[in-house]
Design a protein around this ligand. Structure first.
Ligand SMILES: [Zn+2]
Length: 289
């Protein structure tokens, strides 16, 4: 179920993540607070890190619990949605990067397939308020769709989207078979989660004109691709060697059997560290589409 089989060399030291048990449940919504903090910091160039960090709120400690050295920065909802390439009638629109201004260092988190269903990951995603756009494949994720429902409903703005029934390479299939893969998962997701998604990701990023027409007939308005994929320790870039503003990051719900022994949490911590090292904020993809 890999989108790519190239894995970055290197291994994680076992137990490298020291987890403290700092409590973080309170009435303050960390994501709202972080969003306002970001805005205030932008509007007040004289603000120092110590001034912009609100002391004493338990939610601020969540980042330490999950192995980060600083709080994540979240992008506020954009005042205007970036202008995408015009949609073609009868075809789903293809989006592989959000065309934000070059100075807007925002990236977006997407997780695919649904193999790993680690309850600890649900705690991490909730604590850190990660907005995750999920692309779920029925025969991989459906053994516990409840796991992904919890992730969707944790208050971080995560969403559930279509990634086919069985994860085929759609380019090898005729139109009718492609439509069955896409519409079939639309029906499963609607039955299980109450609504048909409007966004779809083709397995391996492989699609053709039939895919875009079939997706449109299944009620999909946008096909979401990516330019950066998270491996075990580092990103793999489609071009260049760094994140670019508006990048959509692909990660997977994967566990130790697919990550050379690393856990989903370790992989995600590394990903968030890389985002922080490059000075990026995390946005909610759906707010930009
Ligand atoms: Zn996939």
């Amino acid at each position: 179920m890999r989108h790519t089989r190239r894995l970055v060399a290197g291994s994680l030291a076992a137990g490298a993540l020291a987890l403290s048990l700092t409590g973080c449940g309170n009435s303050v919504d960390p994501i709202e607070r972080l969003g306002r903090k970001t805005t205030e910091a932008q509007q007040s160039p004289t603000a120092t890190p110590s001034q912009s960090a609100t002391a004493g709120a338990p939610g601020d400690e969540a980042y330490k619990k999950w192995g980060l050295s600083a709080p994540l920065q979240f992008a506020p909802k954009p005042a205007q949605k970036p202008a995408l390439a015009p949609a073609v009638p009868g075809k789903a629109q293809v989006v592989d990067r959000i065309p934000v201004p070059a100075t807007d260092k925002v990236v977006f988190l997407t997780f695919d397939d649904g193999a790993e269903k680690d309850p600890e990951f649900l705690k991490m995603a909730a604590d850190l308020k990660l907005p995750i756009s999920m692309f779920l494949t029925d025969n991989i994720a459906s053994s516990d769709y409840g796991h992904f429902e919890k992730l969707r409903d944790n208050g971080s703005g995560s969403t559930i989207n279509n990634h086919t029934l069985t994860h085929p390479n759609l380019r090898t299939l005729p139109f009718a078979a492609q439509k069955k893969e896409i519409c079939g998962q639309q029906e499963h997701l609607e039955k299980r989660f109450g609504a048909k998604p409007t966004r779809f990701r083709p397995p391996y990023g492989n699609y053709n004109d039939d895919t875009l027409k079939a997706a449109s007939e299944c009620g999909i308005s946008q096909v979401i691709l990516w330019r950066v994929s998270m491996q075990i320790n580092n990103f793999q870039y489609a071009e260049g060697s760094a994140l670019k503003p508006g990048d959509i990051i692909l990660a997977h719900f994967r566990g130790p059997s697919e990550l050379k022994g690393a856990t989903e949490i370790q992989m995600t911590t590394r990903m968030l560290q890389r985002i922080q090292e490059q000075g990026y904020r995390i946005g909610r993809l759906e707010e930009y589409l």
